[in-house]
Design a protein around this ligand. Structure first.
Ligand code: SAH
Length: 348
């Protein structure tokens, strides 16, 4: 069912043993994770689905994504909104526009809003705090995903009412990280994640799968990093080449490998929140539904007006998380899942 209709071959018995251990203890060594990432996917995805059902249930949390600026001072090699891309039209929304989108999303039933952007200096601490406190009046849980900030800024956002913050580590491999992020260093990214915990956020992280020269061993390190830090949300997405970026001719990451990485994360972190990422849907039709049957329990539909300009990578499904919500609910119903009515905090 999961792998492209390919004929399944049985995994050797030692893989079953690793899965049995993982099921009972939710702990694996790096070597065992590598074995799983190299093994047939199907039993791993099945176990992840079973654990998802047991620990976080059949409810799916919908988070309404508002992309509010594609202006960015960073220059990540893979990203379509990197500062070096002078071919895209840039936009930034003002406070009123963001609030309007938030109000609409709430009317359509969203209980969480996610504010995402490039690292855009226009949004000073005061401006962000104003946006946060205005959106919080809508009675929603609020997530921010706007890159690296100082501890003081994180604390101010928290005080203004933000609940969660997402910073993917992208990769824990220092060499690979610094090659792909010429304006950033890995240590600062680690520190930002630590500071978010200090500031009291629910913290999300995650990684890209399929960066050039990335190895299975380095993905196993990423998984162990998530587990060790016990993050509240983990987003795993395949790399997708984006026009006008240095990686435009690099082949996309593997959907199947990204799915397996995500499933292993679920097996090791039974009660964390895991989104079925848009990048998965981009690489494979119904990729998100497949992810939801392989460990994921969250979806982040786009509710903003600017999705056509916020192009991290091409081929994102052009969906409206508002008008499309009902048909999406039906799709989820067809795989036996319902949409949660609560704020969707992690249930430990
Ligand atoms: N500026 C914020 C938000 C980044 S965009 C931050 O630094 O956290 C959100 C995520 O999109 C990134 O963390 C990255 O993992 C993903 N992304 C960017 N370009 C991508 C690409 N070409 N393919 C797949 N995912 C990509």
């Amino acid at each position: 069912m999961y792998i492209n209709g390919k004929n399944e071959t049985l995994n050797p018995p030692h893989i079953d043993k690793i899965l049995e251990k993982a099921k009972n203890t939710h702990e694996l060594s790096k070597e065992e994770i590598i074995e799983l990432l190299n093994a047939q996917a199907e039993p791993i995805l099945r176990l992840a689905d079973e654990i998802r059902k047991k620990y976080v249930g059949d409810e799916i949390h919908l988070r309404g994504l508002i992309e509010f600026s594609n202006i960015c001072k960073q220059n990540c090699l893979y990203c379509g909104i990197r500062r070096g891309n002078d071919k895209i039209e840039r936009f930034r929304l003002d406070v009123d526009e963001i609030i309007k989108i938030g109000q609409k999303a709430v009317e359509f039933g969203y209980k969480t809003l996610v504010l995402q952007s490039g690292e855009d200096g226009f949004y000073t601490q005061d401006k962000m705090c104003e946006i946060i406190s205005e959106l919080k009046k809508l009675d929603v849980a609020l997530t921010i995903s706007s890159g690296e900030k100082t501890l003081e800024e994180f604390q101010a956002y928290k005080k203004a009412g933000a609940d969660r913050y997402l910073i993917r580590i992208e990769t824990t491999d220092e060499n690979l990280y610094e090659k792909n992020h010429p304006t950033q260093i890995l240590k600062t990214r680690f520190e930002a994640l630590k500071n978010l915990k200090l500031a009291g956020f629910e913290v999300g992280s995650g990684c890209l799968v399929g960066l050039p020269e990335q190895t299975i061993s380095s993905l196993a390190d990423d998984i162990l990093f998530f587990k060790k830090n016990d993050f509240d949300m983990i987003g795993i997405g395949p790399f997708i080449p984006s026009e006008n970026t240095p990686l435009k001719d690099t082949p996309a990451g593997s959907f199947d490998l990204a799915l397996k990485v995500m499933a292993v994360v679920r097996i090791l972190m039974p009660n964390t929140n895991i989104p079925a990422t848009t990048a998965m849907e981009t690489l494979r039709k119904n990729g998100r539904l497949i992810a939801l049957q392989s460990g994921a329990n969250v979806v982040m539909p786009n509710v903003g007006d600017y999705r056509k300009k916020y192009i991290l990578y091409p081929g994102k499904p052009d969906e409206d998380g508002l008008s499309g919500r009902t048909s999406f609910e039906e799709k989820l119903g067809s795989i036996g899942r319902t949409i949660s009515n609560d704020y969707g905090f992690r249930k430990k």
